[in-house]
Design a protein around this ligand. Structure first.
Ligand SMILES: *[C@@H]1O[C@H](CO)[C@@H](O)[C@H](O)[C@H]1NC(C)=O
Ligand SMILES: *[C@@H]1O[C@H](CO)[C@@H](O)[C@H](O)[C@H]1NC(C)=O
Length: 394
């Protein structure tokens, strides 16, 4: 009754007038007093609720007045294999805060082979965690454990430093800053400087299903190329008329000069794609991607030519190992390795790298020339690969 008495006569009248006719009828019937006290109770509740609402809205507006900004000056970063790379990311508040807030930073990663797979299952397209940091504490995950840290060169600097870059680290990284109600992020692409090369089986053309192609590249110190990597190689002039698997499970080939036998003369030059193929059943070649290593590829000077078994042993005697195809391509493309001598490689193929085309050294363009897979008793030179000293000792 206390609140009831505080209500003025007029507002009570107003309240009564605004009630629906049916309730007014009930009021008349059951007597005003009892029911009005109930109404007063409901009103008190409503007022309290309204006050609460206003406060929440005010808090929200206040927080929204301060904006959390997450930025990266570079949308893509390129690194070399085995080196360190920094993916820039910075956050700040606008206007600037006087007291520090508790923010959480999360770096996640979408591998390059998953980016282009628009129609693949969730398992392939979800981002995985790289690092989570809160205050000075942080944790890294999976293959990044022990290899990543935050740069923290200034307040708000959450740049991710990745050490010992691996071939399969390429992809889209997301820097996400979480602060209570706010959650902002920015993405940075990581690319590797490297070279794409077509690869086919010892058994002949079109012998790899997807998994065999994956393994074949790995065996040659390489990884299946991504669509972006093949596209860049095409831009640089790669023309190859045999279809190969790519990391996203598609099968494509790059054509710079349209011709009848390679998808037709009418089609514009570019990547010809067969789209996603059956990973077990369909057989093609592979496009591998290799990047430079810290080691050294060299042609072994030897007085006489060697069969394959002798070639393998000769490198070992020289304190190294017979080079893999990925080693030779990387040395040719990234270090300008040029040698007009056919040599054995670890897979039993014979090749040689030419950066300055000349007479008696193959076609007039630079490239890694291939003799395919000759019988193993045939005699050639050999390319060896020497690991950097520290890795040799492992
Ligand atoms: C990436 O490459 C490294 C070294 O070659 C390997 O140990 C690792 O398992 C690979 N990670 C994935 C996700 O394939
Ligand atoms: C290479 O030559 C050595 C010595 O003549 C011989 O023992 C070996 O079987 C040969 N290897 C091949 C693959 O022909």
């Amino acid at each position: 009754m206390s609140i009831w008495t505080k209500l003025s006569e007029e507002s009570l009248q107003c309240l009564l007038e605004s009630l629906p006719p049916r309730i007014k009828a009930v009021l008349k019937e059951k007597g005003v007093q009892g029911i009005l006290s109930k109404v007063a109770g409901v009103c008190t509740c409503a007022v309290l609720f309204l006050v609460l609402c206003i406060n929440i809205i005010r808090a929200f507006i206040y927080f929204n007045g301060i904006r959390l900004l997450v930025e990266s000056p570079q949308s893509s970063v390129s690194g070399t294999r085995g080196s360190s790379v920094t993916l820039p990311c910075k956050y700040r508040y606008e206007p600037e805060l006087t007291a520090p807030r508790r923010t959480r930073v999360k770096w996640t990663w979408l591998p390059a082979n998953a980016i282009t797979t628009a129609v693949s299952s969730d398992a392939f397209t979800t981002e995985t965690e790289v690092m989570v940091a809160m205050g000075n504490r942080h944790r890294s995950y999976g293959g990044f454990r022990g290899r990543v840290r935050l740069r923290r060169s200034a307040p708000g600097d959450m740049s991710l430093v990745i050490n010992e870059l691996q071939l399969n680290d390429t992809g889209r990284y997301r820097c996400e800053v979480i602060d209570g109600l706010e959650d902002e992020s920015v993405t940075v692409e990581l690319e590797l400087k490297g070279v794409v090369f077509p690869y086919y089986s010892k058994k002949g053309r079109y012998h790899f299903n997807f998994f065999a192609a994956h393994q074949a590249c790995q065996d040659q110190e390489a990884t299946l190329a991504t669509v972006e990597q093949l596209f860049s190689a095409w831009e640089e002039g790669l023309d190859w008329c045999n279809a190969g698997w790519l990391a996203d499970g598609t099968v494509q080939y790059p054509i710079t000069v349209a011709r009848h036998s390679c998808g037709g003369e009418d089609l514009a030059p570019g990547l010809r794609s067969y789209g996603q193929r059956h990973r077990f059943l369909n057989l093609y070649d592979a496009f591998c991607f290799s990047a430079s290593t810290k080691g050294n590829v060299y042609f072994l000077r030897d007085q006489k030519k060697l069969n394959f078994t002798q070639a393998v042993q000769a490198c070992v005697r020289d304190g190294s190992q017979i080079a893999k195809v990925g080693h030779l391509y990387a040395a040719w493309k990234l270090a300008g390795f040029d040698r007009c001598d056919a040599g054995w490689l670890a897979d039993g193929s014979v090749r040689y790298p030419i950066t300055k085309a000349r007479l008696n050294c193959g076609p007039p363009q630079p490239g890694v020339r291939s003799f395919g897979f000759p019988p193993l008793h045939r005699k050639f030179g050999v390319y060896c690969y020497r690991q950097p000293f520290s890795e040799n000792k492992k």
